[in-house]
Design a binder for this molecule. Structure first.
Ligand code: CA
Length: 228
């Protein structure tokens, strides 16, 4: 059975290109060219994935996603953000988007992300997970809240994003460059020390003993591995 995609995008050229390509790949594609129409279709019809542009007339992609989630619609969503809008990425993450693509993007990249999300859904994993627990630390992804024991932990947006990336890639050795690319974005200053500083902050806030980490491990010469 074909998967159904709702594409909410106001650039006509991009709508046409994406629709042609996705249809050619066997997807059924519905479209909406403004946020209100997109919200209505996403709520009333059944889709497997939403592709949401951020900058939309009548209701932006973030507001659309927030409204949907508040109404209990959990359809996975990929956000299309403009080049370098890191702040947007963080906001989208907090609102429960599953993935991001920065315009302009490669169609192959979009198809790969779609397939990855559909695989996760098919395997029964919730996307995104609503909570994650390790040690006495609990992360509520819906609220973007982190608690330790019963105490709230204050994380800066970047720390939260790094933590989430670690959790999504637990047990995997992650190089500093990969973390910079994925968490900071490709236009970040290429200073790998930045990663070390932020891992240090996560250790201070979340490890029982930051000097002897048991969750955020250093893999010498390679990077970091999260094992919580
Ligand atoms: Ca737009």
């Amino acid at each position: 059975m074909s998967h159904r995609i709702l594409l909410v995008e106001d650039e006509r050229g991009l709508v046409r290109t994406l629709t042609d390509c996705l249809t050619g790949e066997g997807y059924l594609v519905g479209t909406a060219m403004d946020g209100e129409t997109g919200l209505q279709r996403a709520r009333e019809e059944s889709f497997d994935i939403l592709i949401l542009d951020v900058m939309l007339p009548r209701k932006n992609g973030f507001d659309l996603l927030r409204d949907l989630r508040q109404q209990g619609v959990t359809t996975p969503a990929i956000m299309l953000t403009a080049r370098g809008q890191i702040v947007d990425k963080i906001l989208g993450l907090k609102l429960g988007a599953d993935d991001y693509l920065t315009k302009p993007f490669d169609m192959g990249e979009l198809l790969a992300r779609l397939e990855a999300i559909l695989r996760r859904v098919a395997s029964g994993e919730t996307t995104p997970p609503e909570t994650y627990v390790f040690g006495d630390v609990r992360i509520d992804f819906r609220r973007a809240e982190v608690t330790r024991g019963s105490e709230p932990v204050e994380l800066a947006a970047r720390e939260y994003q790094l933590l989430r990336y670690f959790i999504e890639h637990r047990e995997i050795v992650l190089s500093r460059n990969r973390l910079l690319d994925e968490v900071w974005g490709y236009d970040a200053m290429p200073v790998t020390r930045t990663v070390d500083v932020h891992v240090g902050l996560l250790r201070q806030k979340l490890e029982p003993n930051s000097r002897q980490p048991i969750y955020f491990l250093t893999v010498h010469g390679l990077g970091y591995r999260f094992v919580g």
